[in-house]
Design a protein around this ligand. Structure first.
Ligand SMILES: Nc1ncnc2c1ncn2[C@@H]1O[C@H](COP(=O)(O)OP(=O)(O)OP(=O)(O)O)[C@@H](O)[C@H]1O
Ligand SMILES: [Mg+2]
Length: 341
């Protein structure tokens, strides 16, 4: 074993240092933590401890990478992230906000409001846990899907053009990933299905720039095929139910996962190795802080507008307005979100 340089080890608490120096901790350090851009899937049935395992993973990655956590918007689940020792920044659309009654002043986050989806990456702050709060702040499902797909399109385009702010290496956590990268066709919501494909393609591209996705989902089949086939590391929780037609290696590794408790899980490294063989790891618990809540206020798409676009329409001819909408449609830069949908 080659050991861990003090400059890295000293970033962690004594308990974490001790664990990183165990055989499995060192595997986690050398095969996952230090290999930037390694995507990871955390999978298990409802209540199997996925969100808890997500906090655990943030607690290691936040010392080495910028963290983005895409809020699934349920049960105050973002609150434990405020207690991981890193400053938190919440990013939401203009006209909305989040409040945290009961949260001690020293843990209060910056709340950054953005006008366009394309602004989100400039709002992300290195060394922070950045929470993207869009699920409960945009009411219309199609508009929400559009925001999410634009966010990932901008990420991919700007990464390719070397035009991103200096926030890499970065880990993007998507809890309840199926709300964004669902593999199922939703008849009533084509835009959401399309957004899932766009997000998968674009997000997976960032690996080369040291960006990784950590997807948390209830079923291996809930997310797009491209997503699941591009997850080199997998943290298998209870009843992950991966069949050999999905992945022979993962199916073999997950045979006993039906018996796991919610604090247990099996980390399968990108080389297919597990440590120790067939024995799940035990994960710590991150409690919900008592007396603290998270309130979402307002919807971006339900604000009174000073100048309603509809009022301007009669002044323009039909033929003047149509090409403009099309231009906005292909621009991929946020401005047309409201007009188009
Ligand atoms: N490491 C742990 N130690 C002790 N209890 C745990 C641990 N992980 C999970 N639990 C228990 O399991 C419950 C569910 O955990 P969690 O919310 O992380 O599951 P989940 O898989 O994200 O569920 P869902 O599918 O509903 O989002 C927790 O509230 C807690 O009671
Ligand atoms: Mg959860």
């Amino acid at each position: 074993m080659r050991g861990i340089p003090p400059i890295i080890l000293n970033k962690y608490s004594k308990a974490k240092q001790d664990w990183l120096l165990t055989s499995r901790g060192y595997d986690f350090y050398s095969k996952f933590l230090m290999v930037k851009g390694t995507h990871c899937l955390i999978v298990g049935n409802t209540g199997s401890g996925k969100t808890q395992k997500g906090y655990w993973m943030v607690s290691y990655l936040c010392e080495l990478e910028t963290i983005v956590w895409i809020d699934a918007g349920k049960n105050n689940e973002i609150l434990p992230l405020f207690y991981l020792g890193k400053p938190v920044r919440v990013i939401c659309p203009v006209g909305t906000t989040l409040e945290f009654p009961g949260l001690p002043d020293e843990l209060k986050p910056d709340v950054i409001k953005i006008t366009f989806s394309r602004d989100v990456w400039d709002a992300v702050k290195k060394g922070h846990i950045n929470i993207f709060a869009f699920r409960n702040t945009i009411a219309d499902e199609a508009k929400k899907a559009r925001w999410m797909s634009e966010i990932f399109t901008h990420l991919s385009i700007r990464t390719r053009l070397n035009d991103m702010p200096s926030i890499f290496p970065m880990s993007i956590f998507i809890d309840e990933a199926q709300w964004i990268v669902t593999s199922h066709r939703i008849k009533s919501n084509e835009s959401r299905t399309k957004a899932a494909e766009v997000i998968t393609e674009n997000a997976l591209e960032i690996r080369g720039s040291e960006g990784r996705l950590i997807l948390l989902t209830q079923s291996f089949r809930n997310i797009t095929v491209a997503s699941r086939e591009n997850m080199p590391a997998v943290l298998i929780g209870r009843r992950a139910e991966i069949t050999s037609s999905d992945s022979k290696v993962l199916a073999e590794r997950s045979v006993y996962c039906g018996r796991y408790k919610s604090h247990q899980g099996l980390f399968v490294f990108p080389d297919g190795d597990i440590n120790p063989w067939n024995c799940p790891w035990a994960f710590p618990y991150y409690p919900m802080p008592e007396g603290v809540t998270c309130r979402y206020i307002g919807f971006w798409d339900e604000q009174p507008k000073e100048t309603d676009a509809a009022e301007l329409m009669p002044a323009m001819s039909k033929y003047e307005t149509q090409p403009r909408e099309k231009e906005i449609l292909i621009s991929r830069f946020g401005q047309g979100v409201e007009d188009e949908i």
